[in-house]
Each structure stands twice: as structure tokens, then as C-alpha cells.
Ligand binder design. Structure first.
Ligand code: FA5
Length: 338
């Protein structure tokens, strides 16, 4: 019996070491431990042994059985790991491989926004961001537009159920920007704005503005005009006729509006410029002392100018686009031109 068990153990060793697949191991298990397996029949043969031998051989068979079971599960585990390793080896990726070319094109508003950001950065302006969901104080009150002020009607507002609003202009970033800074400072704040108004070739309900704010000692309208001239000539890359006319915004004094010569019709009159030959591009002026006060700045010591312009209208003039609604239309024939 002992010899048979030794032989069985030796054969098992050879077979388990040679096995490479889970199915081979299953066959080995059935051949040894199965109902008709070699170890199972040796266990049956034990009934012919004496009581003492039965005890001794029984113990030995149990040990051999346990050892075989242990080694079978170890080998299965080993093969599983080998399979995983092999799979991982086949799945390797060359991270130095050049990326796939980007699908699609960059939106013209993003192109011009980036150009504006680079231009202002080169002039030492910080680039600030502000939330599109704004509170009434920052959007109106702090900008010298109290509750009953008629200027609120010029910016039809999307009010939200939580008492907040979708900012109607980027000017609230003036308030946010002043809060964290001591003069002198200069920053721009490009971003999305919303107005609950009817759309036409030159008006959208959702559009982009770029806000600018400069605060220092001895700032005058000459600084404002110079900055606006630099923006226009850089963005267009050519001389474009502009005009500055007096206008009213509660947060600046004096206030102005800057118009471009309409680049669609060259100034002869078209639906985009409403036959006027001019496109209203931005509002600007010297910051009102009340606004500086709301930002914790002493207006006797510091002055500043601010401006806020529509990005889409700039893009329209730059590329000769005759309808602002193309920007949100999602028409690939339009977008692929950029
Ligand atoms: C303002 O929004 C002021 N916050 C601008 C300002 C900033 C004045 C700082 C003084 C100091 P206004 O409502 O005029 O002003 O809008 C500014 C520009 O945004 C317009 O000249 C125009 O270019 C653009 N704009 C306004 N409404 C629309 C619209 N519905 N669709 C597209 N562009 C618009």
C-alpha cells in the first residue's frame, strides 16, 4: 500500500508540474480524486487491512489527499495569474505615440477670446473669472443700479427661483475683482452673459462679453482711449474706423459707447448695422466713485476706467459674419470655416 501511495505521489508530481492548462489540471484531479480515481480506489482497498494498518495508512492517505488538493488549487491560481499577465502584455500601450488629431474645429468665439486674453496678458492685465449665476447685489446694486433704477429695464434679466439671476453683463466681476485687491490693479474678465430679449442679426439671449477694469492713481480718459485703440487695431490687424460717443451707464461717469464701422457693408447700411453703418461694440467710462466705494477703494486717491464689450460682435466684424445666431446654430458648414 505504501509503495502504491509513493508511486501515486510521484506520478502526481510529474503530472502537475507538466500541466499548463486548467483543463489538464481538472483531468488530473478526476484521475486521482474522482469517484474512480486512483487515490479513491486505494482508500477502498483499505478495508482489507488490519485495524492498526488501517489507522496508519488512513492517516497517510488523508495527508496525501490534502497535499494534492492544496497543490491543485495553487497550480490553478498560478495559471490564472499567468493568463492575466499574458493579457496585460498584449494590451500594452506606447504612451510616446503621437495623439490622434483633434476632431472638429475651434469655435470662432473661443479663437477671438483667446486672442483677447493673450493681448491683455501681454499688457499686464490679470484674467479673472466670475460665476454665470450671480446675485442681485453684484449684478446691479453694487454697480450703482438700485432696485427702482430704470437702467435695470435695459438689461432684461433671467431671474432664478433661488433669488439669484443669470448675469446680464460681466460688470459684476468688477465688484468681485475689487474685493480681493488693493490698487493699483488691472484685469479683464471674459465670459458668458444672458439677457431675456428677442434675438435678431445682432442680438442673442446668450452671448459673451469681456470686461476690463484699471484702477490706479492719475488715470484719465486718455488711458481708456489708448487701451481701446490697442485692442481694436490688434484684433482686426488693420485700421478700422471707430467712434466714441457719450452714453449713460450708472457705474461710470462720464460714460461712452464705442462703435465700429460696420465691416459687413463697409458703412453703407445693412440689416446687421440696422442701416446705420455702425455697430455698437462696447460701453466704457471712468469708474463711478460709488462703485469704487463699494469695492473699498478711496476715490479721492484712486481713479479708474472700465469697459465691457460684446465678443460675438467683434468676431462678426473680424470675420464678416452677418448674423449673430450662427454662433449657436451648431451648423457644421459654418463651424468648419474656422
Ligand atoms: C453693458 O453690458 C455694460 N456692462 C458695459 C460697460 C462695462 C459699460 C463697463 C461701462 C463700463 P451694454 O448693455 O451696452 O453694456 O452691453 C455691452 C456690449 O455687449 C454691447 O455694446 C454689445 O456689443 C454687447 N451686447 C449687449 N447685448 C447684446 C446682445 N443681446 N447680443 C449680443 N451682444 C450684446
Amino acid at each position: 500500500m505504501r509503495e502504491k501511495l509513493e508511486l501515486l505521489t510521484k506520478e502526481f508530481d510529474e503530472m502537475i508540474n507538466a500541466a499548463l492548462k486548467k483543463e489538464e489540471i481538472e483531468n488530473i484531479r478526476i484521475n486521482i480524486l474522482g469517484k474512480k480515481g486512483t487515490l479513491t480506489s486505494l482508500m477502498k482497498d483499505m478495508r482489507d487491512l488490519s485495524v492498526d494498518m488501517k489507522k496508519e495508512v488512513g492517516q497517510l492517505i488523508n495527508e496525501i489527499k490534502k497535499d494534492i488538493e492544496k497543490r491543485i488549487s495553487e497550480k490553478i491560481e498560478f495559471i490564472k495569474n499567468e493568463e492575466i499577465n499574458l493579457k496585460l502584455q498584449n494590451e500594452w500601450e506606447d504612451i510616446s505615440w503621437p495623439a490622434e488629431p483633434v476632431q472638429g474645429t475651434i469655435h470662432p468665439v473661443s479663437i477671438v477670446r483667446k486672442e483677447l486674453e493673450e493681448l491683455f496678458s501681454s499688457m499686464g492685465f490679470e484674467i479673472l473669472d466670475g460665476p454665470e449665476m450671480e446675485n442681485e447685489y453684484n449684478n446691479f446694486n453694487a454697480l450703482n443700479i438700485p432696485d427702482d433704477h430704470p437702467a435695470r429695464d435695459t438689461q432684461d434679466t433671467f431671474w432664478l427661483r433661488n433669488g439669484m439671476l443669470l448675469r446680464t453683463h460681466t460688470s459684476p466681476v468688477q465688484i468681485r475683482g475689487m474685493a480681493g485687491r488693493k490698487p493699483p490693479f488691472k484685469f479683464i474678465a471674459p465670459g458668458k452673459t444672458y439677457r431675456n430679449e428677442a434675438t435678431d442679426a445682432c442680438h442673442e439671449h446668450t452671448f459673451h462679453q469681456i470686461e476690463g477694469m484699471v484702477v490706479d492713481k492719475g488715470i484719465s480718459i486718455a488711458n481708456l482711449i489708448y487701451t481701446l485703440k490697442v485692442i481694436v487695431s490688434n484684433i482686426f490687424g488693420k485700421e478700422v474706423e471707430v467712434r466714441l460717443r457719450p452714453s449713460y451707464f450708472p457705474f461710470v461717469e462720464p460714460g461712452f459707447e464705442l462703435d465700429f464701422r460696420c465691416q459687413i457693408c463697409g458703412g453703407t447700411g445693412c440689416p446687421v448695422c440696422k442701416q446705420t453703418g455702425w455697430i455698437e461694440y462696447l460701453g466704457c467710462g471712468m469708474i463711478h466713485p460709488e462703485v469704487l466705494k463699494n469695492g473699498g477703494i478711496d476715490s479721492r486717491e484712486f481713479q479708474g476706467f472700465a469697459f465691457g464689450g460684446g465678443v460675438e460682435r467683434l468676431v462678426m466684424m473680424k470675420y464678416g459674419i452677418n448674423d449673430i445666431r450662427h454662433f449657436h446654430g451648431g451648423d457644421l458648414r459654418f463651424l468648419k470655416q474656422f
